[in-house]
Design a protein around this ligand. Sequence first.
Ligand code: CA
Length: 228
Amino acid sequence: MKILIVEDEPKAGEYLRQGLAEASFTVELVANGRDGLHAAMETEHDLLILDVMLPGMDGWEVIRSLRRQGNEVPVLFLTAKDQVEDRIKGLELGADDYLVKPFSFAELLARVRTILRRGKTGTEATSICVADLELDLLRRRVTRAGKRIDLTSKEFGLLELLMRRQGEVLPRSLIASQVWDMNFDSDTNVIEVAIRRLRVKIDDAFHPKLLQTVRGMGYVLEKPTSSP
Ligand code: CA
């Protein structure tokens, strides 16, 4: 599997290159948009990891140009800003997924594997469903059984993470780093509080209950296989 990384920050690029090489990928690393575009058009890659903020030609221009030339290589873009507009823009331009910096390497690897598993079928669904709960990534809207649910941006981020990784038990430490950009500190109950609020909104008035606490391990969102 061949991955092209376009990242102008040498340390970050090298870190990704090394990690992905250790995970047995063939990796090519370039440091600016123009070289990235050239490399992507020159050789076929299974995945392009594209930083948005690049000198000269930015990540948006690279993906736009690739798609215009009919290149459908899956793209995971890296954005430093946790901006709704950025995510929407990236997905609309045909990116397959995005990661907000800083992220853990484990998270990146998980996303990479998911995209590669999905293959080159092209457009990613813009909404995720678990039972009758639906999260619309483009409109940033959540509904359950057709009823609109209002969430804060942190709650949305938390739910998005749980839905993307549905069926997986997510430890608090992972949730903390992904949704709050913080290292997990067992003294804080910010995650418990957010989970409780989220549960009230998405589960209390509905059946079956989707958000489960796995004692001592974390949280999982899934449709129960059978409810006795
Ligand atoms: Ca950059």
